[in-house]
Design a protein around this ligand. Structure first.
Ligand code: ATP
Ligand code: MG
Length: 561
């Protein structure tokens, strides 16, 4: 391990430490210019958020710039739907790119010129081995490769063939342009990598202009160079590609940014492979890219996650040069709760109702309580909550034969109805099968507002709604799409066999009337239950709420925070 690696492992943010060092040495004239380079072949996910926060965050911290560049060199998989969603997601996360959006495809002319230049410098050749042969000639980690029989073609012959590749004279796969480096290099990537291939395909931006397309390793470093990027930050899988990144820029005497690698984000219960996410969407395993169970930014947004929570999560997990670390999903939920706790009003809804009849409350009687929308923050204001003889309470707030520590409702016990009255359970009514149908209770009229009339205490406080005033709402209760910690590491014939069949439960819940006034995207806490967000399927007739995250905080409990 080099000294640099040593330091990088121990620093909290080794990337900023390296930028500081570069700035002290006046490298890049002390400029800082990063870029975020997604391939528009899918929607962005929470892993991309880590890279976005890092690249845009660094630009912000150093008064520098960060470009958004679409790495669109593979015409077959790319689509403008993805180009649009990526821009939306970056903005939603709270970042703005410098100037116009860049596309690797904007540089196709320049890349082509530079490929010819490489040929002229005797550093690239047209090779007619097929894909299998190229693989065979490449050698292995322990054995050097073999030189291609086409390796020593003259510059003129290479130029002629390359120009004819461009002109569309050859079929896909018939030949490629390769960099002439070293077939015996210990780094397999350096064994004459392919830099251009023939693809008779329509491109989302350049149309049918090109019959050949540059490969990632040739395109990326040159795009960085053209844009004057200073620090080209990427994930650790590209560590071995750095040698090629440097080789191409040196071979062409181009301005040379510094590539720096960091460990990608892995999360328990989550698959972040775009190929797998596309499969889930295209085969209907989820309702779309923005299904609230998806780890995509559009899915998390629809679920009710906030940009602040995601940015805070990314800041807290930090960056390191460690490849295989896995972050506990509970920690992401902890960050979401922490933010939602600070921005949401609290209201009452019952997800799984049992009916309560209050014997000593008049049949035609009703009243409205003025209740704070946040118990500790008066700035949220108040709302009116109706009360009447028939209520719904949560089924699991009642037990007929409770264990010792159960302080909620059971026969003979008194509890507080939040903001309303003390209430005692008198009787349990069951249907023919023995299922509880209804509870008969009484209230203490002297405890109005939920205040003790005489200093007597109740141990339990439960939420409720007035049955006749309640608004039925659709509540979508989400759980992990994959229950196992490491779904990507699981052996399965097909990874979709691993999907949690109960990852979505849809129930009709009963909400206090004020809940129906919230608009699409707004977030609330259902007291004692969970944070919810109004879904875009919501209508005034049928409000729809997505459960964002429950209140139970297993991460904080474990970590004792
Ligand atoms: P795939 O290989 O599944 O297509 P990708 O990682 O190549 O995904 P890109 O669109 O090329 O996807 O990614 C854009 C940027 O986001 C890259 O710089 C990449 O390193 C970074 N990125 C992608 N996934 C993660 C992750 N899980 N953690 C951190 N950064 C990531
Ligand atoms: Mg990629």
């Amino acid at each position: 391990m080099s000294n640099l690696d040593e330091k990088e492992k121990t620093g909290t943010d080794f990337i900023r430490a390296r930028i500081n060092q570069d700035n002290e040495n006046g490298r890049f004239d002390s400029r800082v210019h990063t870029r975020f380079p997604p391939e528009p072949n899918g929607y962005l996910h929470i892993g991309h958020a880590k890279s976005i926060c890092l690249n845009f965050g660094i630009a912000k911290d150093y008064n520098g710039l960060c470009n958004l560049r679409f790495d669109d060199t593979n015409p077959v998989k790319e689509d403008t739907e993805y180009v649009d969603s990526i821009q939306e997601d970056v903005k939603w996360l709270g970042f703005q790119w410098a100037g116009d959006i860049h596309y690797a495809s904007d540089y196709f002319d320049r890349l082509y010129e530079l490929a010819e230049e490489l040929i002229k410098r005797g550093k690239a050749y047209v090779c007619e081995l097929n894909a299998d042969q190229i693989r065979e000639y490449r050698g292995t980690l322990t054995e050097p490769g073999k030189e291609s029989p086409y390796r020593n073609r003259s510059v003129e012959e290479n130029l002629d063939l390359f120009r004819r590749m461009k002109a569309g004279e050859f079929a896909d796969g018939q030949m490629v342009l390769r960099a002439k480096i070293d077939m015996a290099s210990p780094n397999i990537i350096m064994r004459d990598p392919t830099i251009y291939r023939i693809r008779h395909a329509h491109h989302h931006k350049t149309g049918d202009k090109w019959n050949i397309y540059p490969m990632y390793d040739f395109t990326h470093c040159i795009s960085d160079s053209i844009e004057g990027i200073t620090h080209s930050i990427c994930t650790l899988e590209f560590e071995n590609n750095r040698e090629l990144y440097d080789w191409v820029l040196n071979a062409l005497d181009l301005y040379h940014p510094q590539q720096i690698e960091f460990g990608r984000l892995n999360l328990t219960h989550v698959m972040l492979s775009k190929r797998k996410l596309i499969h889930l969407v295209q085969n209907g395993f989820v309702a779309g890219w923005d299904d609230p169970r998806m780890p995509t930014l559009s899915g998390l947004r629809r679920r009710g996650y906030t940009p602040e929570a995601i940015r805070n999560f990314c800041a807290k997990i930090g960056v390191a040069r460690i490849a295989d670390s896995v972050v506990d999903y509970n920690f992401l939920e902890y960050c979401v709760r922490e933010h939602l706790n600070s921005i949401t009003p609290r209201l009452m809804a019952v997800l799984d109702p049992i009916k309560v009849t209050i014997e000593n409350y008049g049949e035609n009687e009703e009243e409205y309580f003025d209740c704070p929308l946040h118990p500790e923050d008066a700035s949220y204001g108040t709302r009116k909550v109706p009360f009447s003889r028939e209520l719904y309470i949560e089924r699991d707030d009642f037990m007929e034969n409770p264990p010792k520590k159960f302080h909620r409702l059971y026969p003979g016990n008194e509890v507080r109805l939040r903001y309303a009255y003390f209430m005692t359970c008198k009787d349990v009514i069951k249907d023919a099968d023995g299922n509880i149908k209804e509870l008969i209770c009484t209230i203490d009229p002297a405890s109005k507002g939920g205040q003790s009339p005489d200093g007597r205490k109740v141990k339990g406080t439960i939420h409720w709604v007035s049955a006749k005033h309640a608004k039925p709402i659709e509540a979508r209760l989400y759980d992990h799409l994959f229950l196992m910690d490491n779904p990507a590491g699981e052996e399965a014939e097909n990874f979709t066999d691993l999907i949690n069949k109960d990852s979505l439960k849809v129930v009709t819940a009963y909400a206090e009337p004020h809940l129906a006034t919230y608009k699409v995207g707004e977030k609330v806490q259902f007291e004692r239950l969970a944070y919810f967000c109004v879904d875009y399927d919501s209508t005034p007739e049928k409000p729809v709420f997505n459960r964002t995250v429950t209140l139970k905080d297993s991460w904080a409990k474990e970590m004792k925070v």
